[in-house]
Design a protein around this ligand. Structure first.
Ligand SMILES: [Zn+2]
Length: 272
């Protein structure tokens, strides 16, 4: 569940997390490859499985979404506080609060998805060496309750990487490269080669659509599919939901239960 690497030299305190969602195996597979050979030259690196009970069941959640639990008790209701994920979030919070940086590894349910990073502008420099072409910001403002948002709030750099669809065969390789480059970026492993800085496109998440009734997508959008203003995204009960402007859609899903997260809508921007 947890493996801590320490060194004699002072350096950054890093956390690498996988399995926050139990059906996302790429990060866990990367851990299995990396952990038996890794050695670090400075600082502390903690590898941790986010939601071991969900991982044991190969399910996304045990009771509820762990990645919506990282908020104060005052903002959680009694039902949420009765979940395993509530207990688990409280176990993880002290470790995350101490971290200088977090790399949290995920995959998505969207059938057509290429790897991307979620972070705020403070982490753009690190994101540039991770194996993705797209960087998504603004998620902290839409739901400031995930691991990466929590690390940002406690003074560290919170970075989440989505390594493609759950079943993509390259997911483990993306996760492995991301972990090694993350460690290299912070100088805790010895590497001869210079890190490659990638050309990346930047998107700002501006709208999280929360459904009122059963929400059905008008079609299966791919991750970051370009959508023109007025395009029919889906139907919420009887209400037609359309694109408010030319933008991009992320995490699109049909949702049966009310108050679900149906999609995130974003705008492209230039970071310079
Ligand atoms: Zn996930």
């Amino acid at each position: 569940m947890i493996q801590i690497f320490t060194s004699n030299k002072p350096g950054p305190n890093l956390v690498v997390m996988a399995g926050v969602h139990g059906d996302e195996s790429c990060g866990l597979e990367a851990f299995a490859d990396i952990l038996h050979t890794l050695s670090i030259t400075k600082g502390v690196v903690t590898f941790v499985i986010g939601n071991p009970k969900a991982v044991a069941r190969h399910k996304r959640v045990f009771n509820t979404n762990l990645n919506r639990m990282f908020r104060t008790d005052l903002l959680l209701n009694d039902n949420e506080k009765r979940t395993y994920e509530y207990v688990r979030s409280r176990e993880l919070m002290p470790m995350l609060a101490e971290a200088d940086a977090l790399l949290d590894i995920h995959s998505t349910a969207t059938p057509e998805s290429t790897p991307f990073v979620i972070c705020e502008s403070s982490a753009y420099e690190c994101a540039q060496v991770l194996p993705v072409q797209t960087v998504l910001s603004g998620i902290d403002a839409l739901h400031p309750t995930g691991t990466d948002a929590f690390v940002n709030q406690t003074g560290g750099l919170g970075i989440c990487i989505e390594c493609g669809n759950h079943n993509d065969v390259f997911g483990k390789d993306i996760a492995t490269e991301a972990i090694m480059n993350f460690l290299h970026f912070f100088g805790v492993i010895d590497r001869e080669a210079q890190l490659q800085k990638r050309v990346q496109s930047h998107l700002q998440a501006e709208w999280l659509y929360t459904n009122k009734n059963t929400f059905t997508l008008s079609k299966q959008f791919s991750e970051f599919e370009k959508v023109t203003k007025g395009t029919r995204i889906g139907v919420d009960g009887t209400e037609l939901i359309v694109a408010p402007y030319d933008g991009y859609i992320v995490f699109p899903q049909s949702v049966t239960a009310p108050n679900g997260e149906a999609f995130v809508y974003c705008r492209e921007f230039s970071k310079s």
